[in-house]
Design a protein around this ligand. Structure first.
Ligand code: UDP
Length: 235
């Protein structure tokens, strides 16, 4: 574990290593809440106490962005990027092998349906429930999750909505492992395409997204701020 701007971050070398800290060899689950850490979240956390609180409430913080990997390596960590969507798929594969009970929350109804089918048919996942991300009554959903006995709950609603929902659900069903996964189900069913291999290989997914969606440039200006802090050893 290494700190960036006062936030403890897990240094994982491989996806297997990360999955192994969620599902044990004997198939039992380590309860908790995983959150993806990237440069944007670090900058936002430095300016906003609420964001820091949400990130600190997680039990498992992984290096989703290359900027965070650089910061950890600068502090002596041996680690690699653990992209959230890869971690989710690897986790689902392991859950399928171990017959772990999974509950999916989030995304549009048709995306969720396709993701559920694919998980059941191709990954052999024991799905105990699925709810799209445009529901009205949070409390009813939480009751359903508790009743399902879910061991893993993944929530794809974008930040910070998914993290807020997880905090509430976790208070009532603390024995499960939770993960906020953003647009992961969309990528999984091919509704949204992932960056091409070259971008993934050279850690340029962020750059590819700027090219495809120039409006993200404003979001990405925080990367310059992050990079400056990194260079000055101020993170
Ligand atoms: N979404 C949802 N409910 C909402 C708003 C969004 O389920 O009220 C879903 C949306 O369908 C998509 C995902 O949340 O599947 C969007 O995640 P996004 O890419 O915005 O999140 P990020 O990965 O950027 O945090």
């Amino acid at each position: 574990m290494f700190e960036v701007s006062g936030l403890k971050i897990n240094n994982f070398e491989t996806l297997d290593h990360a999955v192994g800290s969620i599902i044990n060899q004997d198939g039992t689950i380590n309860e908790g809440f995983a959150v993806a850490i990237n440069a944007e979240k670090i900058i936002s956390m430095r300016k906003n106490k609420n964001v820091r609180e949400i990130l600190e409430s997680a039990t498992f913080r992984y290096t989703d962005g290359i900027g965070v990997v650089w910061a950890l390596r600068k502090k002596g960590a041996i680690c690699n990027r653990i992209p959230g969507c890869d971690l989710w798929q690897a986790l689902m594969r392991r859950a399928g092998e171990n017959n772990t009970k999974v509950f999916l929350v989030g995304a549009k109804p048709e995306v969720l349906e396709q993701a559920s089918e694919k998980l059941t048919n191709e990954f052999n996942v024991a799905l105990v429930g699925a709810q799209h991300g445009y529901f009205v009554d949070e409390d009813i959903l939480i009751e359903k999750i508790v009743a399902s006995g879910a061991e893993i709950v993944t929530v794809a609603m974008g930040s910070p909505t998914q993290e807020k929902f997880i905090a509430k659900c976790r208070a009532q069903h603390p024995e499960a492992f939770y993960m906020g996964v953003g647009g992961t189900y969309d990528v999984f069913v091919g509704n949204v395409s992932r960056a091409p291999e070259w971008a993934q290989k050279y850690n340029l997914e962020w750059f590819y997204r700027v090219l495809k969606q120039p409006s993200r440039v404003i979001r990405q200006t925080v990367l310059l701020e992050y990079f400056a802090l990194l260079m000055l050893n101020k993170l």
